[in-house]
Ligand binder design. Structure first.
Ligand code: AMP
Length: 405
């Protein structure tokens, strides 16, 4: 059982809130995409409204355990204070006497942001002492950082053991609900679309989805390892030589289990990996030996959109082609548009984070699907059916078990 923020005693209490403010910054250290900050606002505003004191903590980038100014959360504190329309002081560290002093002066409804957790190597080591130090700042601990929930770090896992009261924020609850229902309790047909550069990072998710989905559509560079397993010529397309056998096994397993696993029928090939490459649309049976596949072809786009719009639940993870280059973005755009149509037909449509989230944002279609996850790695782990340490740590029976040991 995980307690929702709605069931936690916020009023008059200090609330330590783990958020995922790992946002992209430009060279001048301006926040270029504040979606993750925006997604955490309902939880922060709830704490303020209830008269709690919100102590926010996050990581940013990979400072590797050292205080490095370029990884400071200063620009985030600034953006957050604009979004909340209230002052959000940045504490120069996340543990220690200055933190304790500033926390002790907080009034109900105040918000503080602690400096980057990863300035301390203890964070990623899930160090007990460090976790205890964080927990001691507050009475209540809330995790709302779905994007980091697949990591067992001090602020996502260790801290929960020492928290007097703990639970999940609205974003974490929303993510777990959408992704959990999609794989465990979907309205059928359930269609998954998988793409991206490599099979290797997605073997587990493909295997899990084979047991759960009615249809799996495959795009992206991983297509070519599957085509190779079918004995086809793939030219100079990306190939994971050491995964060909596994791809063959996945194809066999799909057939055995009666899952419709759909590979592209046509491919956009190019003579080089560049925007101004010479392009051709070819059948998967006729990929020229000196060209590389960089997107799914138009016939495949049409077929994929048809299957997506017939679905009642859709999960999408990974682009269909090199969408960052306009000439190879059509496959990814078609899938995104397919999700929009499916949503209009009443389907639940979910975009796993990472590149697919970036793609749907690039096409301006983010708001027209049911859910865009804020966590790439975390959503993949979730779809693999693995327990996320940041979620598991919030389970109440866990406390009893740890105390009873
Ligand atoms: P991943 O990180 O594995 O999800 O892969 C995402 C990346 O795969 C994106 O940056 C795409 O540009 C890239 N990608 C998709 N399709 C292809 C392809 N056919 N050839 C090379 N790269 C691709």
């Amino acid at each position: 059982m995980i307690r929702s923020i709605d069931a936690l005693p916020l009023s008059d209490n200090r609330v330590l809130l783990r958020v995922d403010f790992n946002v992209p910054l430009d060279d001048n250290r301006n926040v270029t995409n504040d979606r993750r900050i925006g997604e955490s606002l309902p939880t922060i505003e709830k704490i303020i409204r209830e008269g709690g004191k919100a102590i926010l903590m996050s990581h940013l980038g990979r400072p590797k355990g050292e205080h490095k100014e370029e990884f400071s959360l200063k620009p985030v504190a600034q953006r957050l204070s604009e979004m909340l329309q209230q002052d959000v002081p940045l504490v120069p560290d996340c543990v220690g006497t200055e933190v304790e002093r500033m926390v002790s002066q907080m009034k109900n409804g105040d918000v503080l942001l602690l400096e980057n957790l990863r300035f301390h190597p203890e964070e990623e080591k899930n160090d007990k002492g460090f976790a205890q130090g964080l927990a001691s700042l507050a009475h209540v601990y809330i995790n709302d950082a779905f994007g980091t929930a697949h990591r067992a770090h001090a602020s996502t896992a260790g801290v929960a053991e020492f928290a007097q009261e703990k639970g999940a924020g609205y974003l974490l609850l929303k993510e777990v609900k959408f992704l959990g229902d999609a794989v465990d309790n979907p309205t059928r047909p359930l269609v998954a679309i998988l793409g991206g550069s490599k099979i290797s990072g997605k073997i587990d998710v493909i295997n899990t989805l084979l047991d759960k989905c009615d249809t799996i559509l495959i795009g992206g560079a991983m297509v070519f390892t599957f085509l190779k397993a079918e004995g086809k010529e793939i030219g100079s397309s990306l190939l994971e030589t050491d995964r060909v056998e596994m791809a063959g096994e996945i194809l066999r397993k799909a057939e055995e289990e009666g899952v419709e696993l759909v590979l592209p029928q046509d491919i956009v090939v190019a003579d080089k990996f560049a925007e101004d490459a010479r392009r051709e649309i070819v059948s998967v049976d006729a990929i020229p030996s000196d060209m590389m596949g960089l997107d799914i072809g138009p016939m495949t786009c049409q077929k994929f959109v048809e299957l997506i719009t017939e679905a009642k639940t859709v999960v999408w993870n990974g682009p269909m082609g090199v969408f960052e280059m306009e000439p190879f973005a059509l496959g990814t755009r078609s899938v995104a548009e397919g999700l929009v149509l499916a949503t209009r037909n009443g389907a639940t449509t979910i975009v796993g984070g990472g590149d697919s989230a970036a793609a749907i944002a690039q096409f301006g279609l983010e708001s027209q699907v049911s859910h865009v996850s804020t966590g790439g790695g975390a959503s993949l782990k979730f779809l693999e059916g693995k327990e996320l340490p940041g979620v598991k740590a919030l389970e109440e029976q866990n406390i009893e078990r740890l105390n009873g040991e």
